[in-house]
Design a protein around this ligand. Structure first.
Ligand code: ATP
Length: 319
C-alpha cells in the first residue's frame, strides 16, 4: 500500500482534527502518501484530493471543527454515486480510505469497502450513538461544553427561584443529556430511549417545592421532545416560573478536551495500521479501554442502549 486518503463526514465533532492529524502522521511515519478529501463524500465526488504533509496538520490538535471541512451528500447514497466515488479513488491511485464520522458516514464507508476499496471508519460524533465502542470522538467535549452552560444556568436559576428546562443535542441517543444531567445535578433527565411522563416530572417538581426547593433543572435531549414545548407545559401545569434554554450548536464547537484528543489520536493511528494490515470494512474503536476493529455489519446490527445504571443513579440522586 502506497497511497491512502482521509475524509471527515456528517456532523462535525471536536477532535476530528486530532484524528486527521493522527491519520496523516501515522501514514507518513509508515512511508505512505496521504491525501485529504475536503467536504466528505461530496468532495470525493468532486474529485478534489489534496496531498497532506506533516506540516499540513501542524497546530490543529487543539482546534474544534475539521480542517478538511465536512458535508452531507445525498448523491453518495446512490449506487451510482458510490461507484463514482470508487472511480475517483482508483483514478488517484488511492488504495485505502479512512472515514471519520458518524453512523451515516459509516454506511457510505461500508459501501465503498463492499465495492473493493479497503475503508476504515473512525467514530466521531458528539452524540455517542455508535455501537461497539465506549466513546465517540467529540462526546466528551460536548458534555463539557454543556455542563459549563448548565453550571451558569444554575447560578441564575438559584438567584431567581426559577425552574429551567435545558435542551441538549441528541436526536436518537440521550447520552449527552444523561451525562450532563447527572453531572449537573438535574432534577429530571428526559431521553429518547426511555419513555417518560411529564406528570412524573411535575410530581417531582412539586415534591421539591413542598420541601422548600426553589429552583430546578430539567435536561431534555432534543430527540425526547422540544424544550420550548416542555417548558410551556410545565409552567402551565405547575404555576412555577419556568425558563427554557436550547444549547444548540455551541455543543459542537470549541477545543476538544484532552480525553477527546487522546481518543482521536489513538483511533486515527489505529485506522491506518488496520489498512496496512490489509483490513477494510471495519470501524477502528475502543471497547472496555482496548483498541478493537469491528465489522461495520456488527456495528450496524448491535443495539445501543443508554447506560441504565447511570440513568437510575441520576434519578436516585435527584430524589
Ligand atoms: P452525525 O451522527 O454527526 O449526524 P453521520 O455520519 O451519521 O454524522 P449523516 O448525515 O447521517 O451523518 O451521514 C453523512 C453522509 O454519509 C451522508 O450525507 C451521505 O453522504 C453518507 N451516507 C449516509 N447514509 C448513507 C448510506 N445509507 N449509504 C451511503 N452513504 C450514506
Amino acid at each position: 500500500m502506497r497511497k491512502i486518503a482521509v475524509l471527515t463526514s456528517g456532523g462535525d465533532a471536536p477532535g476530528m482534527n486530532a484524528a486527521v492529524r493522527a491519520v496523516v502522521r501515522t501514514g507518513i511515519y509508515h512511508g505512505l502518501e496521504v491525501f485529504g478529501i475536503p467536504r466528505g463524500y461530496q468532495g470525493l465526488l468532486n474529485g478534489t484530493l489534496t496531498p497532506m504533509s506533516l506540516g499540513s496538520v501542524a497546530d490543529i490538535i487543539q482546534r474544534g471543527g475539521t480542517i478538511l471541512y465536512t458535508a452531507r451528500c445525498e448523491e453518495f447514497k446512490s449506487e451510482q454515486g458510490q461507484q463514482r466515488g470508487l472511480e475517483v479513488l482508483r483514478e488517484n491511485g488511492i488504495e485505502g480510505l479512512v472515514v471519520i464520522g458518524g453512523d451515516g458516514s459509516f454506511r457510505g464507508a461500508e459501501r465503498l469497502a463492499k465495492l473493493g476499496m479497503p475503508t476504515i471508519g473512525v467514530p466521531a460524533t458528539i452524540d455517542n450513538d455508535i455501537a461497539c465502542c465506549d466513546l465517540t470522538i467529540g462526546f466528551d467535549t460536548a458534555v463539557q461544553t454543556a455542563i459549563e452552560a448548565i453550571d451558569k444556568i444554575r447560578d441564575t436559576a438559584t438567584s431567581h427561584d426559577r425552574t429551567f428546562v435545558v435542551e441538549v443535542m441528541g436526536r436518537h441517543a440521550g447520552d449527552i443529556a444523561l451525562h450532563v444531567g447527572l453531572a449537573g445535578g438535574a432534577e429530571s433527565i428526559l431521553i429518547p430511549e426511555v419513555p417518560f411522563n411529564l406528570e412524573t416530572v411535575i410530581h417531582k417538581l412539586e415534591r421539591g417545592v413542598a420541601r422548600g426547593k426553589k429552583h430546578s433543572i430539567i435536561v431534555v435531549a432534543e430527540g425526547a421532545g422540544r424544550g420550548m414545548e416542555i417548558g410551556k407545559y410545565l409552567q402551565e401545569h405547575t404555576g412555577l416560573d419556568v425558563r427554557v434554554t436550547v444549547l444548540g450548536h455551541i455543543q459542537r464547537g470549541g477545543p476538544p478536551t484532552a480525553r477527546d484528543r487522546v481518543l482521536a489520536s489513538q483511533l486515527g493511528a489505529f485506522a491506518v495500521e488496520l489498512l496496512l494490515a490489509g483490513e477494510g470494512g471495519k470501524m477502528a474503536g475502543r471497547q472496555d479501554g482496548r483498541l478493537c476493529a469491528v465489522d461495520f455489519e456488527t456495528v450496524f446490527h448491535t443495539p445501543r442502549k443508554p447506560d441504565g445504571y447511570l440513568f437510575d443513579l441520576a434519578d436516585k440522586l435527584s430524589i
